[in-house]
Design a protein around this ligand. Structure first.
Ligand code: ZN
Length: 359
């Protein structure tokens, strides 16, 4: 069924201002007709298709209240360069298949922690540096921008700084509220580093695999195993390969707790001069990238000659989980065990149980 959107709703994508935070200093480029690439001083670089942007605007107005703070935080963390898309099944703006707003801190203490981290990142965790209040933006303080009243957020920002000051985490040179010289105390640096370590314990796992219909049951089984182990699975569909998308994939890996790399492949075929199938170079690239970041990689591979014969000798020695499907299309590990349970145990043994509630 073709979905129809109210024409009057897709206004943000038509403007040149930042799609997420409405900043007029943002630049917008159009590629391939409908891919909008934004560079915003606050939100960093990201892209969205104009149809997806119109859907976000029409169906998820809360996005524009919460997303600027998350985009600002992502830029500070170097995690911009992503593609924002509209996921019709969950009716939310998503990165890959994870809702963009899922990281939003809903309680005041959580927001306060993230504000302290934003201040610390701006100051390179260095108590000798200071921050001018001219560079303060609502997004930095997780204050939802009220476009009708720009002054409204200032008291909230000041209240947050007061609480942090009272806790002994930040201070002012000259002890004034002139906002010229906000700095971290030593205690603030220690607290920020502690929070940084805690928050970087991501609840996401990344799956690198060949996107072929023959792997549908496997993919579903991995999703169930990852969820049972307490993590969310991130799968990025094979998309047109350009640098922008690769940046996005590498960002998502950077954010993940661990990676599952499936080495399943099929013999290469050449049709009208174009090669297809063959060893999945992308899977090796993504696994290597994750390894280079010090992340755990769990290898799996279909138990068939075509795949097993093509495993690169450098990973032949690793403890790969070989899987197959039985007559009922149930996925098995080493033809004997329940794959979902086997992979769940391997994940827990490798990186520990994740923070996600068991469902
Ligand atoms: Zn912006």
């Amino acid at each position: 069924m073709r979905q129809v959107i109210d024409e009057s709703k897709g206004l943000r994508v038509k403007q040149s201002a930042c799609f997420i935070c409405s900043c007029a200093a943002a630049s917008k480029q159009v590629r391939h007709g409908d891919l909008l690439i934004y560079k915003c001083p606050y939100c960093g670089q990201y892209c969205v298709k104009d149809s997806d942007g119109a859907w976000i605007e029409a169906e998820q107005p809360v996005f524009f209240k919460k997303a600027p703070a998350l985009a600002f935080e992502r830029k500070l963390k170097g995690l911009d360069k992503y593609e924002l898309r509209w996921a019709q099944d969950v009716k939310q703006a998503c990165l890959g298949n994870v809702p963009f707003l899922s990281d939003y801190p809903d309680s005041f203490p959580d927001r306060l922690d993230r504000v302290l981290l934003n201040i610390a990142r701006r100051l390179d965790f260095d108590p000798t540096l200071a921050l001018s209040d001219a560079s303060f933006v609502p997004a930095m303080f997780f204050v939802e921008p009220d476009l009708s009243n720009e002054i409204d957020y200032l008291p909230t920002m000041r209240a947050m700084i007061s609480v942090l000051q009272h806790e002994g985490f930040v201070g002012y040179h000259h002890d004034t509220y002139e906002h010229e010289n906000l700095h971290l105390t030593y205690q603030g640096v220690v607290k920020a580093l502690e929070l940084h370590r805690k928050i970087s314990q991501s609840k996401r796992a990344f799956l690198a695999m060949w996107f072929d219909p023959s792997l549908t049951a496997y993919r579903k089984a991995v999703e169930n195993a990852v969820r049972a182990a307490g993590y969310d699975l991130l799968v990025v569909n094979e998309v047109h390969h350009n640098d922008y998308i690769m940046d996005k994939v590498l960002n998502l890996i950077t954010e993940s707790r661990f990676l599952i790399a499936d080495l399943t492949c099929a013999p290469e075929e050449v049709r009208s001069g174009k090669p297809s199938k063959g060893v999945r170079g992308g899977v090796y690239l993504e696994a290597g990238y994750a390894k280079g970041l010090g992340k755990q990689v769990i290898f799996t591979c279909k138990e068939d000659i075509a795949s097993q014969d093509r495993i690169h000798f450098d990973v032949k020695q690793v403890n790969t989980i070989f899987w197959s499907e039985d007559a009922d299309r149930k996925v098995k590990a080493f033809s004997a065990f329940d794959f979902i349970e086997y992979l769940e145990e391997r994940i827990v043994a490798t990186v520990g149980r994740g923070p996600r509630e068991r469902t």
